[in-house]
Design a binder for this molecule. Structure first.
Ligand SMILES: *Cc1c(COP(=O)(O)O)cnc(C)c1O
Length: 473
């Protein structure tokens, strides 16, 4: 058959549009995108090309007859639309055991927080409206009040994330003047957040003092000039200095700052609202303690140890918070109604004193290894004998992690489900689990895929079990 004849065998755009596959696709992709996809596939076939992501095809597609070409076109349309779907934002099962997994969206939200967000998202709300007077009200008033109450600060303000909070505080309060900071705190948090760079963007002048491992109060004192406005403390978050180290207490820094007419600002990073030491988490600043120690302004993230929505929370002296709120940069960084609804609902959980059970990240942190082991055992008991014959599945002790750039030295003991296949490498096995719907994300340790139920909700266990059972042989 000549090429020209073969081209006449190609199905028409209309014929493909009428197919069940494309008819199912139209509500999801829309008619224009579905038509574009058909044209793309037809062009590929017309040029005798193999599917762009299929190495198996030899490119001899134009030797196919009319029927076979139609089938081939539909197959490609199906494949491309499935690949397209994988690129979108999807719910996944986090079986990595990393509680605040930044790449997987950090903190999962509490039920009451999800409800609050959905309720405000779908309609109008009192975002900046006072129901008593019928006039304009303060944006996110209740969330800010709860924030102040729970941290013991005079006032609070909320922006989009912790990085925005640091940029805003430095920009507004320094006005280009000097900020004194220890060389041991010139850190990079990850995702391109580097303290010296934020300082530069804010226009503040960075005055480094001390050394990487040791900085004394006298170092700060000597660095103060008439142009200094602020002392800054940054929580190193994702790394720890051990051994021959020294840093002044926050209280002493605050005393020095105030004696010299300066402000003390702490970027607390994760920042905990309650003491998490009983769960093995030490060395994270407690926001209430930072305020009590005399910090004038403290900022922290909403989706790290607080366990809520992505947000940047700023608390401190009322006059300083007021200046921050009036600055044009605040207007550019302020969050929307759903974020404010989430922050308000999260703080309300803390106020009710039920955070350890209702906030998923904290409940995961507090879960002990024996509870996780019992869950893993009952899941394993539900795996079919057929499956167990093909996959070696063992329970083994291991460690979970906090993630989100918090508490790098804290590794809660856990019980791992370790998988080994007789035919597939660990990498292939992990890839197959990611192809499941919903995708299951595990870790590879010692050539085995390990799954940690600490970060898997009980409601997801059945889906995880399905993923194991349906693993392609
Ligand atoms: C995580 C962190 C930030 C950035 O907060 P995001 O909410 O991720 O933007 C800033 N400073 C410190 C010390 C941090 O640990």
């Amino acid at each position: 058959m000549t090429k020209t004849n073969a081209r006449q065998n190609l199905p028409s755009v209309d014929a493909l549009l009428r197919s069940t596959i494309v008819q199912d696709l139209i509500p999801k992709l829309g008619l224009p995108a579905s038509t574009d996809l058909i044209r793309y596939v037809l062009e590929e076939l017309r040029n005798g090309l193999s599917e762009s992501n299929s190495p198996t095809n030899d490119g001899d597609v134009m030797a196919l007859g009319r029927e076979a070409l139609y089938t081939e076109a539909l197959k490609r349309i199906g494949n491309y639309s499935a690949a397209e779907r994988l690129r979108g934002l999807r719910r996944v099962i986090n079986a990595t055991g990393v509680i605040l997994h930044t790449n997987l969206g950090r903190a999962p939200l509490a039920k009451s927080v999800q409800r609050a967000m959905v309720e405000q998202a779908g309609g109008y709300c009192t975002l900046e409206y006072d129901l008593e007077t019928g006039a304009r009200g303060r944006r996110g008033k209740k969330a800010k009040e709860l924030l102040a109450e729970l941290t013991g600060a005079e006032a609070g303000v909320i922006v989009n994330n912790g990085a925005a909070a640091a940029l805003l505080v430095l920009t507004v309060l320094t006005e280009g003047k000097e900020v004194v900071l220890s060389r041991g705190e010139l850190v990079e948090i990850g995702g391109d957040f580097r303290i010296p760079d934020v300082m530069l963007s804010s226009g503040a002048e960075l005055k480094e003092v001390g050394t990487t491992n040791r900085t004394k109060l006298a170092d700060y004192e000597k660095a103060i000039t008439p142009n200094t406005v602020m002392l800054m403390r940054v929580h190193p978050s994702n790394y720890r200095l051990v051994g021959f180290t020294a840093a002044p207490e926050l209280k002493d820094l605050a005393e020095l700052a105030h004696a010299r007419g300066l402000w003390l600002y702490e970027d607390a990073g994760s920042g905990a609202l309650i003491d998490l030491a009983p769960y093995g988490l030490t060395g994270e600043p407690l926001i209430r303690e930072s305020i009590a120690a005399g910090a004038d302004v403290v900022s922290f993230s909403g989706d790290k140890l607080m366990g809520g929505m992505q947000a940047g929370l700023i608390v401190g002296r009322a006059d300083l918070i007021d200046r921050i709120r009036r600055h044009p940069l605040y207007r550019a960084l302020r969050p929307d109604k759903t974020t404010l609804a989430a922050v308000e609902a999260t703080l309300a959980i803390y106020r009710r004193g039920v955070e350890l059970t209702e906030i998923p990240a904290l409940a995961m942190l507090a879960a002990d290894a024996s509870t996780i082991k019992a869950r893993a055992e009952s899941l394993l008991a539900r795996v079919t004998e057929d499956r167990k014959a093909e996959l070696t599945i063992e329970l083994t002790p291991g460690e979970s992690a906090i993630g989100g750039g918090s508490a790098p030295t804290t590794h809660p003991p856990t019980c791992l489900i370790a998988l080994k296949s007789s035919t597939l490498s660990a990498a292939r096995l992990a890839a197959k689990l990611r192809q499941h719907d919903p995708p299951v994300i595990g870790r590879i340790v010692d050539d085995r895929v390990v799954l940690d139920l600490r970060t898997v909700a009980e409601t997801e266990e059945i889906e995880l079990l399905n993923a194991l059972e349906r693993l392609e042989r």
